[in-house]
Design a protein around this ligand. Structure first.
Ligand code: 2P0
Length: 315
């Protein structure tokens, strides 16, 4: 029942984000209500820019290319927009990703966040970030975190209707923090996050220990941000990611997102750490590795990984 003031076009940008304490598993699949809270850092100007217009029929463009109505991208976008009949019956959506979709950077996070921010612009809702985060969550869980820049916490919440499951920005900056992306080729057809987490919750005995660890890791990461304790942040984020992968491995059929090259990088990072380099990693539901380090060691990290793509979250 929101009174709307429709513009001709709505547009917005939302950053991609990398979770330092992961979201893996839902307590409600329909509303994307997570089993635990999660904490991420946004990737600066890497993300999604979206334009939306009310139109006579639905059309969806990704990086300038029209998406067929049989594609998952088209279906998820159009299905999501059906939640907002008060804005329009049909839409033209133009999405531009500044991150290669192949980099496995959860483009659904920045994608649904940008879509909701653009809708807010189109319809003139004037909604606050908390509500926009809650709406973005309905498109994709991790999108709740992509309506903000910097460090972001998404609250699991306890309400059955999801009214207390939204993200908030953490009031802290860490200009020296760097995220390095290492793309690993993926020869196998991956299982998407949505199916992967549902399978893990349903079949992985190890998942029983996940919620308690996720809660503890999130608190440790909050503390490490507050105290600017990088070894604590890096160690906790890496342990959290590898523990998540352990729950995936223990699912049936097993979810093995890591490739031989991923493991090679994990071993190299361990070796470099053994030689005194403060270098840590995190991994999502794919084979790519994201390195975590401080600006002061960037040259040593580049020397070990010449193909590294370095992002400054607070640049
Ligand atoms: C995260 N991932 O916290 C975790 C870590 C992947 C591994 O959030 O079903 O695409 O749309 O809520 O948000 C990816 O899951 O899943 C994700 P849905 P989503 O970043």
């Amino acid at each position: 029942g929101t009174e709307t003031q429709l513009s001709e076009k709505g547009s917005a940008f939302a950053p991609a984000n990398i979770a330092l304490s992961k979201y893996w598993g839902k307590r409600n699949a329909e509303l994307n209500l997570p089993a635990t809270s999660s904490l991420s850092v946004s990737l600066g100007d890497l993300g999604t820019k979206t334009e939306i217009r009310v139109a006579a029929e639905d059309s969806v463009f990704l990086n300038g290319e029209a998406m067929g109505s049989e594609t998952l991208f088209y279906k998820r976008t159009v299905d999501f927009l059906k939640l907002f009949p008060m804005v329009g019956a049909h839409f033209e959506v133009r999405t531009q990703n500044s991150i290669p979709t192949a980099a496995g950077l959860a483009s659904s996070a920045s994608g649904f966040a940008a879509l909701v921010l653009a809708l807010n612009d189109l319809a003139g809702w004037g909604l606050g970030r908390r509500m926009l985060s809650l709406i973005a969550r309905l498109g994709s869980g991790s999108a709740a975190r992509s309506v903000y820049s910097g460090f972001v916490q998404w609250y699991a919440g306890t309400d059955d209707d999801g009214s207390d499951s939204y993200a908030e920005r953490i009031d802290a900056e860490w200009p020296e923090l760097r995220v390095g992306i290492l793309e690993v080729s993926n020869v196998h057809k991956p299982v998407g996050s949505r199916e992967g987490m549902n399978r893990t919750v349903a079949t992985s005995e190890l998942y029983n220990s996940w919620p308690a660890q996720a809660d503890a890791d999130l608190e440790a990461i909050r503390l490490s941000i507050r105290e600017k304790d990088f070894p604590m942040l890096g160690k906790t984020a890496e342990h959290n990611a590898l523990s998540m992968h352990a729950t995936m491995l223990a699912a049936w059929p097993p979810l093995i997102y890591l490739q031989p090259e991923s493991l090679e990088i994990i071993h190299t990072v361990q070796r470099l750490r053994g030689e005194g380099l403060e270098l840590f990693l995190t991994i999502d539901a794919g084979p790519n590795i994201k390195l975590l380090f401080l600006e002061s060691v960037a040259s040593d990290v580049i020397a070990a990984f010449p193909d590294l793509r370095i992002i400054q979250p607070f640049g």
